[in-house]
Design a protein around this ligand. Structure first.
Ligand SMILES: [Zn+2]
Length: 255
């Protein structure tokens, strides 16, 4: 096994890269030529951005809810996006204990699909599209960290050089008691889902108190549904990535 292959396997075990090519970048410095083997840096072709999303912490109160939507947005890695191509197929697994959960997930993806002008997203549990970072595009229900704390995570697979997004895995924590109706005291599937699929589209978090009613605000509160619909900053971010032309405000903070 060559040094390059060993290095790739080690990196893969760390979960930082699961597929792709390892390409030696450049050659040894002139001063080292003729001195035997040298270490050459590896260039990963595909890596994953992993976002971990928490319920609004108690010390932060019920969550900031300003009167107007802010225009804030932040692009992941300064701008990663789905390039133009056909249908992106994904599967949903493990939702047996969450009645109505899959319908809510599909609704959340449809919200972002309307703004990702370069692709369409279709649920196909039988033949989902492959993910260059490993496996296939998946939304799954799985235990993460017990009740509270982490609600969901999103792994977004992108090409290092081109910044093209071409895969995702979103995980909802089955240790939570989920609602699909915005019930008080419970996290709402579509509310959290729209946020996760915002990451899938290429959006990062916004954190300021004035950003509290945007879909990409960092935390989600129990009983909250306002993230189901995109706010002004969310739309401006998606326009920057996909030239949607929609720079209008959303339906407001309470919607
Ligand atoms: Zn997030």
């Amino acid at each position: 096994m060559t040094r390059a292959i060993i290095a790739l396997v080690l990196v893969g075990l760390l979960g930082l890269v699961t597929a792709g090519l390892a390409l030696a970048r450049g050659g040894p410095p002139a001063s080292q030529k003729g001195k035997g083997p040298t270490k050459t840096p590896l260039q990963q072709e595909w890596i994953q951005e992993v976002f971990v999303d928490y319920v609004n912490p108690s010390h932060a109160g019920p969550g900031p809810h300003p009167d107007t939507e802010s225009s804030s947005f932040k692009l992941t890695q300064g701008g990663i996006s789905w390039f133009s191509d056909g249908d992106v197929k994904y599967k949903i697994t493990g939702a047996e204990g969450v009645t109505g959960g899959n319908t809510a997930i599909e609704a959340a993806i449809a919200t972002l699909d309307g703004f990702i002008t370069t692709r369409t997203f279709t649920r196909d549990d039988g033949s989902p599209s492959s993910n260059p970072c490993g496996g296939v595009n998946t939304v799954r229900w799985a235990a993460i960290d017990g009740s509270g704390g982490i609600l969901a995570t999103a792994s977004v697979c992108r090409n290092v050089a081109t910044k093209e997004i071409r895969g995702f895995v979103v995980t909802f924590d089955t240790d939570e008691t989920w609602s699909v109706t915005g019930a008080s005291g419970l996290p709402d599937v579509e509310n959290v889902g729209a946020h996760e699929f915002g990451h899938m589209a290429g959006l990062n978090h916004v954190n300021g108190p004035k950003d509290g009613c945007l879909t990409m605000y960092r935390f989600a509160s129990d009983g909250e549904t306002q993230k189901q619909t995109l706010g002004l900053g969310d739309k401006l971010g998606l326009d920057a990535l996909y030239s949607t032309g929609d720079t209008s405000s959303g339906p407001g903070c309470a919607s």
